[in-house]
Design a protein around this ligand. Structure first.
Ligand SMILES: Cc1ncc(COP(=O)(O)O)c(C=O)c1O
Ligand SMILES: N[C@@H](CCCC[NH3+])C(=O)O
Length: 463
């Protein structure tokens, strides 16, 4: 079924990270049937048996830019931002896109122009959003280890508020604010001990996680803030984990926020912000994530009752399905009773499967079998394969035992839902240069991050 004639060949014009291709330009070995199947999750659509992003043919992008290649749909990015904004319109939220999900400058600029604000967790992210032209007075700053330098940088940029995670951090903020003769705006991050049922490595709102503080500590620190002229308690912050595919944890959190705000006001604080963090689900498989309106339905009543401003920090749900990762098959091999598809995207590009056993749909760019409705099911005309990268680790895979059509050396593969925590968590492991990032808008495309070169790998080491 699968082309095992592992000729080391590349389709016409394809540039690979593996330099130089040993032999070039083998003719296509099978013809592609026509299919108009639409991937259920996003703007990446098969037309006449070939994958497009908006009106741009993916294979054409590969001819120009090589693989691995990140391809973004501008309309998908903005559509998902607007869906959240519209769902919460009744309370006019400040949507602070979570920069950690994908910090590409061009995407930040687009979101900034669309009216988004930003959630940052480092001085580097604050630097990025400034470069993108953001109004820093709408930026929130989270993270358990803010340094004095980062606190100073944030205060000088008049951020909306710090999400404070510990007593020691509060003391640092107070010291730096006093030195600068400023009043530091903040929210205390409450760990509400709510089980959001995420992967163990991505839960953040359960007792025992390193994030935030319990309600007793919260109340004790709130009293300290009240007594310090350099501190101002603007709100309460919670972030429960990611991704959260049910709305119930948000309802519990919103209810808790209402109770806390009521108590803080009773104590004399002017608290009028509720920040419920990010974590909204993403359709990696099909339709597992509730729409933004479902989260809004359970959150809005509590915000209205509290008469508070709402801040949200969504990252994944905005950018996740706005990008795919395109790779090229290098070899196929059968070993130990399994079929392996070895392609040129690896755990250094997309670490999520290795790190969390995450599921990403994968299908060829020009498949011999129409794209299935269910990527986890047995598909007629296909056989199970492990899709792996060239890195020297057994954990280097993008998918395991996935039913896939026949592919051969030089074929292009598409890994879906790659926009969030893909490039953001990528590395140069095994001295692999990162691939280019391309933004598609209708029938046009532009490079938003160039492919790295071997020289880039050693540039910072030339001291
Ligand atoms: C404090 C905080 N806010 C926002 C986010 C963004 O989460 P997501 O990308 O799932 O929306 C995270 C990451 O989980 C986070 O830790
Ligand atoms: N990086 C994780 C989620 C953690 C988000 C940061 N708090 C992912 O790839 O799904």
């Amino acid at each position: 079924m699968v082309g095992l004639s592992a000729c080391l060949c590349y389709p016409p014009g394809v540039v690979s990270r593996h330099q130089p291709p040993a032999r070039l330009l083998a003719p296509a070995e099978f013809s592609v049937p026509k299919t108009d199947s639409l991937h259920p999750m996003n703007q990446f659509e098969y037309r006449d048996g070939e994958l497009y992003c908006e009106n741009v043919r993916i294979a054409d992008l590969v001819k120009q830019h090589g693989t691995p290649l990140w391809v973004y749909s501008q309309s998908k990015l903005l559509q998902e931002y607007q869906a959240i904004r519209d769902a919460f319109a009744a309370v006019k939220p400040v949507i602070c896109y979570s920069v950690k999900a994908n910090s590409n400058l061009s995407l930040l600029k687009l979101l900034n122009e669309a009216g988004s604000s930003f959630d940052v967790v480092s001085g580097g992210e604050l630097f990025r959003v400034k470069e993108a032209g953001a109004d820093t007075t709408r930026v929130v700053f989270a993270g358990v280890g803010k340094t004095n330098a980062e606190i100073e940088q944030a205060l000088l940029n008049n951020i909306l508020m710090f999400n404070v995670e510990s007593e020691a951090e509060l003391e640092s903020i107070a010291r730096v604010a006093a030195k600068l003769k400023r009043v530091a705006p903040l929210a205390l991050r409450l760990n509400p001990d709510i089980d959001a049922k995420t992967h163990a490595k991505t839960t953040t709102g359960k007792k025992g996680n390193k994030f935030g503080m319990d309600i007793e500590k919260h109340n004790a620190l709130a009293a300290k803030v009240l007594a310090d002229p350099n501190l101002e308690l603007r709100g309460i912050h919670m972030h429960l984990g990611s991704p959260i595919n049910t709305t119930d944890p948000y309802e519990q959190a919103a209810k808790k926020a209402l109770d806390v705000v009521t108590e803080l006001r009773r104590q004399g604080h002017q608290t009028n912000w509720i920040n419920l963090g990010g974590g909204f689900g993403l359709n990696y498989r099909g339709t597992e994530a509730p729409p933004a309106s479902a989260y809004a339905d359970v959150i809005i009543p509590y915000i209205q009752k509290a008469e508070c401003r709402l801040a949200l920090e969504p990252g994944r749900s905005i950018v996740g399905n706005a990008a795919v990762l395109i790779s090229q098959v290098i070899y196929t091999k059968r070993e130990g009773g399994k079929l392996f598809i070895i392609q040129d995207a690896a755990m250094n590009d997309l670490v999520r499967p290795a790190m969390y056993d995450s599921f990403h749909s994968i299908w060829p760019v020009a498949p011999s079998v129409p794209v299935p409705k269910d990527f986890e099911a047995e598909v007629p005309g296909c056989e199970p394969a492990d899709v792996v990268g060239p890195i020297c680790e057994s954990g280097d895979y993008l998918a395991k035992q996935r039913w896939l059509p026949a592919v051969k050396t030089g074929d292009l593969m598409c890994t879906y839902s790659a926009g969030a925590y893909g490039t953001a968590m990528s590395s140069n492991y095994n001295s692999r240069p990162r691939g280019a990032e391309i933004l598609v808008n209708g029938s046009t495309s532009r490079i938003i991050r160039r492919r790295e070169t071997y020289e880039d790998l050693i540039a910072a080491e030339k001291v």
